[in-house]
Write a protein that binds this ligand. Structure first.
Ligand SMILES: Cc1cc2nc3c(=O)[nH]c(=O)nc-3n(C[C@H](O)[C@H](O)[C@H](O)COP(=O)(O)OP(=O)(O)OC[C@H]3O[C@@H](n4cnc5c(N)ncnc54)[C@H](O)[C@@H]3O)c2cc1C
Length: 286
């Protein structure tokens, strides 16, 4: 196995595109190394992206925030501003694994591992995050909801890497929240994950919303019907009921030992409502 740690995006993509055998990006390694040790993958080439400066930075850009793909959950939590502006994204990243895992696990790795249960992905989709990809043919931007196409299936083409995410500018009175259900108190895979992002006007009416659900379908869902169910409301009981119903209707989950279809659908409604109430409270007091 060949290991490379280039310091530019162009060298990384050239290495990946030129590899005859299986090639993998290495970020925190908390998924990749486990899969290699379990003989699930056996790459001929590993390209470590952590020496590429733009994958490791958090910077303000055009009123929004650009987060490098190889920034870890622990680094996001310690960022002086991000937690105030995007608390849902930061809390989602900090639900990943344990303290030790959070020191390694990156946002890019969480998305590119290709799991519909990845915790940071619903929060990023609810946030309206756009991913910047780079490959042998140059760069392109894709909304995060268009990256994960199914379990282990990504929109990235050969030689392409995820460089960073752009979180859009925040209108006043906006906030977000992420909640997940797991059978244990921590260190488990989400049975359902719900991300909600809300903007309210001065009188407390919701003027914009995005709702995303994880672990209830082959890909992480952007549930437009759920957002439409609460825009124009103050999230009164009737709007909460509409939100729950729309969230449940979007689900097409698997049935396994960690949650039946009925259970996942029910929990998706409950978590979406609770996440919306938290996001609303944060937006009002922001
Ligand atoms: C004990 C334990 C607990 C965990 N708990 C959780 C949890 O609670 N929630 C959760 O969602 N996950 C959990 N995970 C899974 C894992 O930690 C996360 O998915 C993590 O975010 C992966 O990031 P990483 O940087 O370690 O990725 P890596 O392992 O480095 O990479 C993962 C995959 O993505 C590819 N990749 C990485 N970065 C890029 C990039 N920039 N461009 C293109 N491809 C890329 C790699 O080639 C690889 O296929 C857990 C893992 C462990 C071992």
């Amino acid at each position: 196995m060949r290991y490379e740690a280039p310091d530019t995006v162009e060298s990384a993509t050239a290495l990946l595109a030129g590899s005859a055998g299986e090639a993998r990006v290495l970020a925190g390694g908390t998924d990749l190394l486990v899969q290699m040790r379990s003989d699930i993958v056996d790459p001929a080439l590993i390209v470590d992206i952590k020496r590429i400066a733009e994958t490791r930075q958090v910077t303000e850009e055009k009123g929004g925030w650009r987060i490098g793909a190889a920034v870890t959950g622990a680094e996001l939590k310690e960022h002086p501003r991000l937690k105030q502006v995007w608390p849902g994204v930061v809390e989602a990243a900090n639900l990943i694994g344990s303290t030790q895992i959070q020191g390694r696990a990156t946002l890019g790795g969480n998305l590119c591992n290709g799991s519909p249960a990845a915790d940071s992905v619903p929060a990023l989709i609810a946030a309206g995050a756009v991913a910047t990809l780079a490959g042998p043919k140059g760069r392109r931007d894709l909304p995060v909801e268009d990256i994960l196409l199914g379990p282990r299936k990504l929109a990235l083409t050969k030689g392409e890497i995820l460089v960073s995410f752009l979180l859009p500018p925040r209108p006043p009175r906006s906030s977000d929240a992420y909640l997940r259900f797991i059978p244990r108190t921590e260190m488990d895979i989400a049975v359902v994950g719900a991300g909600v992002n809300i903007t309210v006007n001065e009188s407390g009416t919701i003027t914009a919303a995005r709702v995303s659900l994880g672990a209830v379908a082959p890909r992480v869902l952007l549930v437009r019907e759920a957002a439409a169910a609460i825009v124009g409301s103050t999230l009164d009981r009737a709007a909460q009921d509409r939100l729950e119903a729309a969230a449940r209707a979007a689900c097409a989950p698997i049935d396994d030992k960690r949650g039946t279809v009925e259970f996942r659908v029910q929990v998706a409604g409950v978590l979406t409502r609770r996440a919306a109430l938290i996001a609303l409270d944060r937006a009002r007091t922001h």
